[in-house]
Design a protein around this ligand. Structure first.
Ligand code: HSE
Length: 295
């Protein structure tokens, strides 16, 4: 039997649409054991939804690695305890994919390298910005070229990260469908320089710079206005410093100072609650580690 942990991730980080992602100190723990048939049991976040059957992203990724090794996957007992909120913009699907690929690779002797796992994970997810930090930890810039995914990983200092999820229905499919197919040169220019500066600000823990540059014109304006309370919550979070929609949303991620983090959490959540929208909130920090074995 092996046991692994895989982190939540926050993608985009404002202007870095589909390119930037940060691993968070929120974990799903999954154990894998050889068995005659496939079983999958979950406790924690999403248990009700995930315990309905054995067909899901994690088991699909797990089987894929057995196919690649050319070994029939006769069965496995997979048990997960999930802390990553689902449908939140915290990379729960990326975590499931990475857990399945990494878990199967470990069960089979670990012949696939991180680059191959990243390629498989990106194929399944469609973009690398969540799967790359879920694998590598830290802050990761990733770009897709024709035949490979180019990544650069950075360590970042400890920061307080305030995450507030409004309990609204906001599937990633919808969040991508609301985006325009084309953007103007002005908007592209707006984002390019800021994305570079977001990386610099995070690497140096420079919250003042982050606050000045964590702004986006490619996805947030189109998404925030469609999420009930989204724009108002964003504005409230902005009073505490840098803020972004986490991934495709609906969670808001605020980079308030450590001293203000608790107050930021209360005030951002209140914006949704005042509108009758329940919330789940977490104060966390970045994780330097990505997926890894615990036993
Ligand atoms: N970069 C992706 C998006 C993350 O914003 O749609 C969510 O999968």
């Amino acid at each position: 039997m092996i046991k692994i942990r895989v982190p939540a991730t926050s993608a985009n980080l404002g202007p870095g649409f589909d390119c930037l992602g940060l691993a968070l100190n929120i974990w799903n723990e999954v154990s894998f054991e050889s068995a005659d048939k496939l079983s999958y049991q979950v406790t924690g976040e999403g248990a009700e939804k995930l315990n309905k059957g054995v067909k899901n992203l994690l088991t699909k990724a797990y089987s894929l690695v057995y196919d690649i090794y050319g070994k029939p996957m006769s069965g496995a007992e997979i048990v997960a305890h999930n802390e990553i909120l689902m449908s939140s913009g915290l990379g729960s699907s990326a975590a499931a994919i990475v857990a399945g690929l990494f878990g199967a690779n470990e069960m089979l002797g670990g012949q696939l390298g991180a680059e191959e796992i990243l390629r498989l994970a990106t194929n399944m997810e469609g973009h690398p910005d969540n799967v790359a930090p879920a694998l590598l930890g830290g802050l990761v810039v990733s770009v897709m070229s024709e035949d490979q995914i180019i990544t650069k990983r950075y360590e970042i200092p400890e920061l307080a990260l305030v995450i507030v999820k409004p309990m609204v229905d906001w599937p990633t499919k919808t969040a991508r469908a609301v985006l325009p197919k084309f953007i103007s040169r002005i908007d592209a220019t707006h984002n390019i320089g800021r994305a570079v500066l977001v990386v610099d600000a995070l690497r140096n823990g420079d919250l003042d710079l982050l606050n000045k540059v964590m702004d986006d014109r490619i996805h947030q304006p189109y998404r925030l206005k469609r999420i009930a309370g989204g724009l108002a919550a964003y504005k409230t979070a902005k009073r505490f410093g840098a803020v972004a929609l986490s991934g495709a949303g609906p969670s808001i991620i605020s980079f308030a100072s450590t001293e203000n983090a608790y107050q930021a959490k209360i005030e951002i959540a209140a914006v949704f609650e005042e509108r009758g929208i329940k919330t789940k909130s977490i104060i966390t920090k970045p994780s330097a580690s990505g997926v890894h074995r615990v036993s």
